[in-house]
Write a protein that binds this ligand. Structure first.
Ligand SMILES: Nc1ncnc2c1ncn2[C@@H]1O[C@H](COP(=O)(O)OP(=O)(O)O)[C@@H](O)[C@H]1O
Ligand SMILES: [Mg+2]
Length: 304
């Protein structure tokens, strides 16, 4: 991981506002806590489909990464598919790779056969398996249909494969389509991530700064945090972006605290738009277009 240029200046051991969904930097807001509890409970109860939705940047992938840690610790077998723009064939191939199935991964029949064996073998040891699909709102209908069929595999103890679909709110609308009614009926658990409240934003920033090596941070005053919250609309990804840029600016100006002028400059550079901003009043700003709802930094190797 690259070190932020301001780390030494502020005395950080690590970048406080790295954009990657790193569980080490987890801020446990009540809703994030609840989402994680629901995901782990859903898997344990072996009843089938779980759906996690939330706007871009609210923390869905971060929650899935936390779940991955939980599953690793329990030695539960899982496949994590984060590139959802797949054909059905590619989907089976990816799943075979991730479950490490020993078979011809390009043959759907072989993959299904090997998967079934894995599921039965795990069930015999009283364990379940999990399929996690991130960015599931992008899934093709055909792939969703295959996933629905995978959800049918069961024995007397319950479903053999627990399936978690995570995505933007369109996912819910997609599941409302008549051809997916059967899948929708089988969703046993739903979690939604909402933007943070102003208090949570302050705690979120504090947690990240502390984790990076600055307990009781003073760079952002309570008023600044309120303004950051307002402009980021409580979305963690945008909060990270603003705070990171503010730290860069403060460092460049050899200042220890972030000011409103700095925030204005950062927002202008990012062409950020928030309720009541000049750009908002003039019309749609850059981050208000349908294709790019929020500042977006792609992660290497990840499909979001
Ligand atoms: N509860 C949280 N604790 C710490 N960081 C978070 C939390 N929720 C979101 N983030 C941060 O916000 C950014 C976006 O989160 P991400 O999980 O990628 O959102 P999504 O998958 O919903 O688009 C990431 O940098 C992530 O680290
Ligand atoms: Mg994501």
């Amino acid at each position: 991981m690259q070190n932020a240029i301001y780390n030494a200046y502020f005395g950080f051991k690590e970048n406080p506002f790295n954009i990657s969904p790193d569980p080490e930097f987890l801020y446990r807001s009540p809703q994030h806590e609840e989402a994680l509890a629901n995901l782990t409970y859903g898997v344990r109860s072996r009843r089938g489909f779980i759906v996690l939705t939330g706007e871009v940047g609210t923390g869905k992938t971060t929650m899935l990464e936390c779940l991955r840690d939980v599953l690793d610790a329990q030695r539960t077998e899982f496949a994590f598919i984060f590139n959802s723009r797949l054909t059905p064939d590619q989907f089976f191939e990816m799943m075979a790779y991730d479950f490490d199935l020993k078979c011809d991964r390009k043959s759907k029949t072989d993959v299904l056969f090997a998967l079934n064996n894995l599921l039965l073998e795990q069930a015999h040891r009283n364990r379940t398996c999990v399929l996690i699909v991130d960015e599931a709102h992008n899934l093709e209908w055909e792939v969703l249909e295959e996933i629905r069929l995978l959800g049918n595999l069961e024995n007397r103890q319950g479903k053999l494969l627990q399936i978690i679909l995570s995505g933007q709110p369109e996912l819910d609308r997609k599941l409302d389509a008549p051809n997916l009614r059967q899948l929708k009926q089988r969703v046993v658990l739903r979690c939604t991530l909402n933007p943070l409240t102003p208090e949570e934003t302050a705690a979120y920033v504090g947690t990240r700064m502390a984790r990076a090596g600055m307990p009781n941070q003073r760079v952002f005053s309570p008023e600044m945090l309120e303004e950051i919250h307002h402009r980021a609309r409580g979305i963690p990804r945008v909060i990270n972006l603003l705070c990171d840029n503010l730290l860069v600016t403060a460092f460049a100006m050899e200042q220890r605290t972030a000011t409103e002028e700095m925030l204005d400059e950062v927002c202008q550079d990012l062409r950020l738009d928030w309720p009541g901003s000049a750009r908002d009043r003039r019309g749609r700003g850059r981050y208000e277009t349908a294709d790019e709802p929020y500042p977006h930094v792609s992660l290497p190797g990840r499909g979001d």
